[in-house]
Design a binder for this molecule. Structure first.
Ligand code: PLZ
Length: 447
């Protein structure tokens, strides 16, 4: 429900102040200033109601003002906002850790350390894996995104805009192909097997016994919402075990219920050694965690882990509200229901339009990948996948049309040609359908 063209006059005035006060390096998807939000709606300062299909990049899964989160935050902030857990302690931290130890895959003894951001969780997972193995190497994947700190930038694949101009980055980071079925040169059939063979080759080349950690997003986020070919994740687990490499699941974007299971690696039943969570964990407050095998987590000496704000008490209170809301499984079911609704509405477009290469994802983490129509190959090779030519202009145009109509969608992908949907799990169905109607119309007209 829009009252003005977007951005409205108040947002435009604030944007002018922003432009004068902030550096250009801070991008923005939709230059609209928000006044309040919740239930899948963002209300801007001009009174426009926007449909939220982004959740602040997979953060507000339980809603942007969920009572279970807000009441706990108020209560905790009224008692104290901070002590630094390294100075004096509070029970919320321990309770979040106990819950994550119980909820993450595997029934081995576990420990959890809390941090503030996803990048910090991933960095600390690398530190823990190095301390535990005494090895330096880190293996990551094509299209990976792990954060914006120096080590996680080294691990992130995409050069522009994340890495360019910021190097040199820390070394000992090796990159293997991710089992991306749509873009696998040999076609989707052998994708998992061939990607695993490529990883084995890489490990032979660098020496598997120099590798501390294999860090993988069980469903890639910024890289394009890539669901790995079936068998890839179990293969990684096998290879990691074989070589004493610590398997780290970066569940920062896909975890905490987003894909219809609490953790995305559950879809293939793998048990990572360390699990990184953030985003939805804190219900909008900055909280991140590394949860994993007790013997690995305990390999770091006293004082080796921490941070001034790591595991902030208000953020822990918020997380306990989130965990309570996720506990009975209703929201996981909602995520799966959202997948069904999105597939029913979008999959027909893949048959209808040559520009829609694929509709994919899991749960409430769904995406459309756009390509340029090929001129027919006069001499097609039946053994290779004709690499579909990414169309970032089309993805941008689709997102821009959605934005103009007040539907917040995000673009992602190494080639910028994927429009992704991350609605809050609590979004009312009619609102989701309304947002999808706008998206479908945008895809049709921009194609
Ligand atoms: N690992 C899998 O998706 C954050 C990035 C937004 P932080 N993704 C959103 C941007 O452009 O900065 C992410 C992720 C995965 C790690 C991270 C990093 O999490 O909380 O942003 O540090």
């Amino acid at each position: 429900m829009l009252r003005t063209a977007l951005p409205g006059p108040r947002s435009r005035r604030l944007q002018q102040r922003r432009d004068a006060a902030l550096p250009h390096g801070l991008g923005v998807t939709l230059p609209v200033f928000v006044d309040r939000a919740g239930g899948g709606v963002l209300v801007d300062v001009d009174g426009n109601h926007l449909i939220d299909l982004a959740s602040g990049i997979a953060v507000t899964s339980v809603g942007a003002s969920a009572p279970a989160v807000v009441s706990r935050v108020r209560e905790q902030a009224g008692r104290f906002t901070h002590t630094c857990f390294l100075v004096t302690e509070y029970d919320g931290y321990v309770e979040v850790a106990e819950r994550l130890n119980a909820l993450t895959p595997g029934d081995h003894p576990k420990r959890t350390a809390l941090f503030s951001t996803g990048a910090e969780a991933v960095e600390n997972a690398v530190k823990i894996a190095r301390a535990a193995t005494g090895r330096p190497g880190v293996v990551v994947f094509d299209h990976a995104y792990h954060g914006r700190s120096m080590m996680t930038l080294a691990m992130t694949a995409k050069e522009v805009p994340y890495k360019s101009g910021f190097g040199p980055f820390p070394g000992e980071v090796h990159r293997a192909p991710y089992a991306y079925p749509l873009r696998w040169p040999g076609g989707p059939g052998d994708c998992a097997e061939q990607a695993l063979a490529a990883l084995r080759e890489l490990l032979d080349r660098v020496g598997a016994d120099t590798v501390a950690a294999l860090v993988v997003e069980p469903l890639q986020g910024e890289g394009g919402f890539v669901v790995p070919a079936p068998g890839f994740l179990p293969g990684l687990e096998r290879i990691a075990r074989e070589h004493g490499i610590v398997l780290v699941a970066d569940e920062v974007q896909a975890g905490m219920g987003r894909t219809g299971t609490l953790f995305a690696c559950e879809h293939e039943g793998i048990v990572p050694d360390l699990v990184c969570t953030a985003k939805a964990l804190g219900g909008g407050l900055p909280l991140a965690a590394v949860t994993g095998r007790a013997e690995l987590m305990d390999a770091v000496g006293p004082g080796g882990l921490g941070g001034t704000y790591a595991g902030n008490p208000v953020a822990c209170a918020a997380a306990l509200g989130v965990l309570e809301m996720l506990a009975d499984g209703t929201l996981l079911q909602r995520a799966r229901r959202i997948e069904g609704i999105v597939r029913d509405r979008l999959e027909p477009l893949a048959d209808e339009l040559v520009t829609v290469a694929e509709v994919r994802g899991r749960g409430a983490m769904m995406a459309v990948e756009f390509v340029r129509p090929h001129s027919p190959d006069p001499d097609p090779d039946p053994d290779t996948n004709p690499d579909p030519d990414p169309d970032p202009d089309l993805a941008r145009a689709v997102a821009a049309r959605c934005h103009a109509e007040g539907v917040v969608t995000l673009v992602c992908g190494t080639y910028g040609n994927v429009v992704r949907l991350l609605p809050p799990l609590v979004i009312p169905e009619d609102l989701l359908r309304e947002g999808l109607d706008v998206l479908v119309a945008a895809i049709r007209s921009a194609s």
